[in-house]
Design a binder for this molecule. Structure first.
Ligand SMILES: Nc1ncnc2c1ncn2[C@@H]1O[C@H](COP(=O)(O)OP(=O)(O)O)[C@@H](O)[C@H]1O
Ligand SMILES: Nc1ccn([C@H]2C[C@H](O)[C@@H](COP(=O)(O)OP(=O)(O)O)O2)c(=O)n1
Length: 237
């Protein structure tokens, strides 16, 4: 069995189709990926959940967010499982649900920091590729179309202005009863964009063959339709 933790190129070619959706925080990737996966009857990979899990467990255990060896060891044996819950999925860490803790802005910032460590990205590569199961996979993240599934037949790069993304996040947090300000969220989003786009390994960028959708001013339904149209159009070519 090859050691895929250190060889990012070793993988069996797959005929299972993948729709890769990449983009910055608050662009709507998670929401759109879930709806499109439901519509197509395909599996779903929320790759950010893996980086969030590494970030959250590192914070829990007091592991410095730049300790590459300790973070890579954690990522290689990440105690994560995805459990069916109602109509969705609950993310369990070490056997217990941690959904709320995983979605906080602090965990997002920790995820962005650990995601800049190359050994962490290598450690999570095989686990992400294992989600590629018939009849198909919708995968959202930062490097789905560029690094994890470069051969994906369908790729979308979803974005929106930083101001609109901060407003969406603000509304989402207000609905959850989390107190925050628009200005603080805009600053966090801009800092995360800079780190995710500026890192040396697998930076956030559109794949050359991705359909770019700027969702500023578009409804969720309009974006979902544009993505589904893309899959249907490409699928019949
Ligand atoms: N096109 C859109 N118009 C308005 N709100 C949106 C749109 N897409 C997503 N949202 C909302 O913005 C918030 C962030 O979306 P999310 O899917 O979590 O983004 P991401 O996964 O890219 O960080 C959610 O509350 C979601 O309902
Ligand atoms: N494929 C991925 C997914 C997430 N990451 C990193 C970078 C992101 O800032 C964090 C959190 O990602 P996540 O998609 O959960 O965050 P948002 O919902 O977009 O705010 O993880 C990554 O580097 N590569």
């Amino acid at each position: 069995m090859p050691d895929r933790s250190t060889d990012s190129t070793a993988r069996t070619p797959s005929t299972v189709p993948v729709l890769a959706i990449d983009g910055p925080s608050g662009s709507g990737k998670g929401t759109v990926a879930k709806r499109v996966a439901e519509a197509l009857g395909w599996h779903l990979l929320d790759s950010g959940a893996l980086y969030r899990a590494v970030g959250l467990l590192a914070l829990d255990r007091g592991i410095p967010l730049d300790d590459a060896d300790a973070l890579a060891a954690l990522a290689l044996r990440l105690p994560i499982s995805f459990q069916p819950a109602g109509e969705g999925v609950s993310v369990h860490l070490e056997g217990r649900p941690r959904d709320a803790d995983l979605r906080t802005e602090d965990t997002g910032a920790a995820a962005s920091a650990v995601a800049a460590v190359p050994a962490v990205r290598d450690a999570l590569l095989a686990r992400q590729r294992d989600f590629r199961q018939a009849p198909g996979l919708v995968a959202d993240g930062r490097d789905m179309g560029t690094v994890v599934f470069p051969d994906a037949p369908y790729k979308v790069y979803l974005t929106a202005s930083a101001e609109e993304r901060a407003q969406r996040r603000h509304k989402q947090l207000m609905e959850k009863g989390v107190a925050t300000t628009l200005a603080a969220l805009l600053e966090e989003i801009q800092a995360r964009d800079a780190r995710d786009m500026g890192r040396s390994v697998a930076p956030l960028k559109a794949a050359d063959d991705a359909l770019r959708i700027d969702s500023t001013g578009m409804s969720i339904g309009q974006v979902v339709k544009a993505v589904l149209d893309h899959v249907v159009l490409h699928g019949s070519q």
